[in-house]
Design a protein. Structure first.
Length: 96
């Protein structure tokens, strides 16, 4: 699929919005989270898939590479993964 300028434009906003959502997940309360780590993970995986379908120069290929390319620390990634694994046990909905 050939990416149009408009699609690239939208993907950049989706990328930014996802990055903000991930930051909210990382900084969220552990006991009563407002933001879903599973939803964030789903968004990252879907974003990667769409980027790869429209552009072979996608800057990341998986979730850890997304975190690195987005400037998150290894500790932030580990915090995110801890929250995601905890939540996935009771999450209702599709998990990619």
């Amino acid at each position: 699929m050939q990416a149009t300028d408009e699609l690239r434009y939208l993907l950049q906003f989706a990328d930014y919005d996802t990055e903000c959502y991930v930051a909210n997940v990382i900084n969220d309360c552990d006991e009563d989270p407002e933001f879903s780590a599973v939803t964030a993970n789903n968004r990252i995986k879907c974003l990667i898939k769409v980027w790869q379908e429209v552009d072979s120069n996608c800057p990341y290929t998986d979730v850890p590479a997304y975190f690195e390319a987005s400037g998150f620390s290894q500790q932030a990634y580990e915090t995110f993964e801890h929250k995601r694994k905890k939540e996935q046990q009771y999450y209702i909905g599709k998990q990619y």
